[in-house]
Write a protein that binds this ligand. Structure first.
Ligand SMILES: [Zn+2]
Length: 401
């Protein structure tokens, strides 16, 4: 019965379009997220939550009052689905998986290329039709939280429970940054935005975005010699100074990188965008310093060009925010998983979560599994029994167990 309820809720949420758009300047970045947020406001109200609120940046918050015993705990998931040049409309499929290849519309998901699916033979799995992501990232998290809130029936047995559903996580954690902490006054929180069953994330990257803008000098071919400063040539010179082994494609595990992922130029300007990532704080600061000095050296070598380098911190490593006072968030999560018989799979995430930002604002926020695999891909799938375990864990934590 629980699995059926979870499936129905997930399908309803997944079918409500809410893709975010990195090119938009507003929060939320798309109108579709408003419609999904309003649906969640209605569902939270129907489930008996109080102080249900939709902010002018599309952040949904709500409270389930507790009995005043123990800390206030927050639960956060993101409402947007990722834009990876696939259809924004999701058409999730339900299959009783009996093994072997799986048909995703006109695409075949081969068993030998996806050995991760073998563990779920005999289970109901939710998957795509081959035209989009499934959106389990993070509608599986939203589903588990909503179903647990419904199970509480308007009253939490221990401390107060707060819920936050935020937009625009997939485009640089933009939504969570607009959260009103007066509506999310928690001692610690969890994001429900992880992958396979058992996954726990308390280590993320430190992340920055660097933008290098090179202003050259344009000239007519008749007098270009000695006059023209080609910003594109300078942009390539800058990119060639980056360590060729310290890139996204040459690193794994806990190795950091500097990824030049956008370059655009014309006769007068060239702009480069870099993602700087490192789990280790010192390594992260060193990488930022190195990018700055490469920009300085370029400016020095080409005095007639103007080179500016802007580096913006995007989020920090969750583990740097862990203290003896907030370690209880991690202890409770692990104890609850043990009681439920869920084996813990520790993951040093090569990425960030809304919790990476929250943690650095003073709200320690580990991340745990939704049960889904292959985020950001047409091969994304969600075994329903794993989602059920996510729901059980969420409910246990909300009950202060
Ligand atoms: Zn996510």
């Amino acid at each position: 019965m629980t699995q059926q309820r979870l499936t129905e809720r997930f399908l309803r949420y997944a079918r409500t379009e809410s893709q975010s758009d990195a090119a938009a300047a507003t929060v939320p970045s798309t109108d579709s997220q408003w419609a999904f947020a309003r649906m969640l406001v209605r569902d939270l109200t129907a489930a008996g939550a109080t102080d249900v609120h939709l902010s002018d940046t599309c952040v949904v918050t709500a409270k389930i009052p507790g009995a005043g015993v123990g800390p206030s705990i927050g639960f956060c998931s993101h409402m947007d689905t990722v834009d990876v040049n696939l259809s924004p409309t999701l058409n999730p499929q339900v299959t009783e998986y009996t093994g072997g290849d799986l048909r995703l519309g006109s695409t075949l998901m081969r068993a030998d290329e996806h050995p991760e699916r073998a563990a779920y033979v005999g289970q109901t799995i939710l998957h795509t039709d081959g035209t989009s992501v499934l959106g389990a990232d993070d509608k599986a998290g939203v589903t588990a939280i909503m179903e647990a809130v419904a199970a509480l029936g308007g009253q939490a047995p221990a401390g107060d429970v707060y819920v936050a559903f935020v937009p625009d996580e997939e485009i640089g954690l933009r939504g969570v940054r607009t959260i009103d902490f007066d509506r999310f006054p928690v001692d610690y929180a969890y994001t429900v935005d992880g992958g396979e069953l058992g996954e726990v994330v308390e280590v993320t990257f430190n992340a920055a975005t660097a933008t290098i803008v090179i202003q050259g000098v344009s000239a007519h071919p008749m007098n270009a010699k000695g006059n023209l400063v080609n910003p594109i040539t300078l942009g390539m010179e800058f990119a060639s100074q980056l360590d060729p082994l310290e890139t996204l494609e040459h690193t794994e595990g806990r190795e950091g990188y500097i990824w030049c992922n956008h370059i655009e130029g014309n006769q007068s300007t060239c702009t480069l965008s870099l993602s700087i990532r490192d789990h280790d704080r010192a390594g992260y600061e060193e990488k930022k310093k190195r990018v700055r000095s490469l920009a300085d050296e370029l400016a020095h070598a080409h005095p007639r060009a103007t080179v500016t380098c802007t580096i913006e911190d995007v989020y920090g490593n969750i583990s740097d925010a862990k203290t003896p006072d907030n370690a209880v968030a991690s202890q409770r999560l692990r104890a609850a998983m043990e009681r439920l018989g869920i084996a813990i799979k520790e993951l040093d995430m090569r990425g960030g979560t809304d919790g990476a930002w929250l943690s650095n604002q003073g709200i320690y926020t580990p991340n745990y599994f939704t049960g889904a695999h292959n985020f950001h891909s047409i091969y994304e799938f969600l075994p329903v029994p794993s989602l059920e375990r996510c729901y059980e864990l969420t409910l246990a934590l909300m009950r202060g167990e």
